[in-house]
Design a protein around this ligand. Sequence first.
Ligand SMILES: Cc1cc2nc3c(=O)[nH]c(=O)nc-3n(C[C@H](O)[C@H](O)[C@H](O)COP(=O)(O)O)c2cc1C
Length: 188
Amino acid sequence: MITVQDLQPHPLDQVHRLIEPGPVILVTTRHRGVPNVMTNGFNMMVRHAPPLIACTIGPWDHSYEALVETGECVVSVPTADMAATVVDIGNCSGVDVDKFEEFDLTAVDGEKVQAPLVAECFANIECRVADTSLVAPYSLFLLEPVRAWTDPTQPAPRLFHHRGDGTFTLDGPTVDLQDRMTKWQYLL
Ligand SMILES: Cc1cc2nc3c(=O)[nH]c(=O)nc-3n(C[C@H](O)[C@H](O)[C@H](O)COP(=O)(O)O)c2cc1C
């Protein structure tokens, strides 16, 4: 019989590496007219409809202030071929660098928010901050998508996921188990 003595303890401060959520995303803002972009690994879907996304964005990021002041952002979803650039974007600050210029990103105006879309990303979700009650205790922004876009030239995007230590898992093959989703037909 297996007991916990057979298992290896995992440090609590590394639990996120076991269940690192969703894909690495970019979050863009426009603060006092200046566009900026940051890398975000701590994010999750909270609700299907109306959709709600949660993102942890810390006060050490310039994007935090931009988000608090403007209440708007774009969640841009990069593909695996952009992984190295996305890591570099997350290793500098918009306070020091014009990241759109530095990383050759194309800013595209959205329709509902002032923050720019990133043309190179396969998806862009224009969002408004829906709830700030978890910002003070957890730096957790609840974002309500108000418009979403995908790039039709990237029909089969491969996303990538941070394992918490600078290593990444790339999307692999898709497994279709839709016939087993008997209770959740409305999702199909
Ligand atoms: C792979 C990766 C994931 C990151 N995830 C987050 C995150 O979830 N939340 C956060 O606040 N910062 C995260 N960062 C750090 C920010 O992207 C980084 O502080 C960024 O430079 C902030 O830019 P800004 O000052 O222009 O807003 C991550 C960085 C990397 C490289």
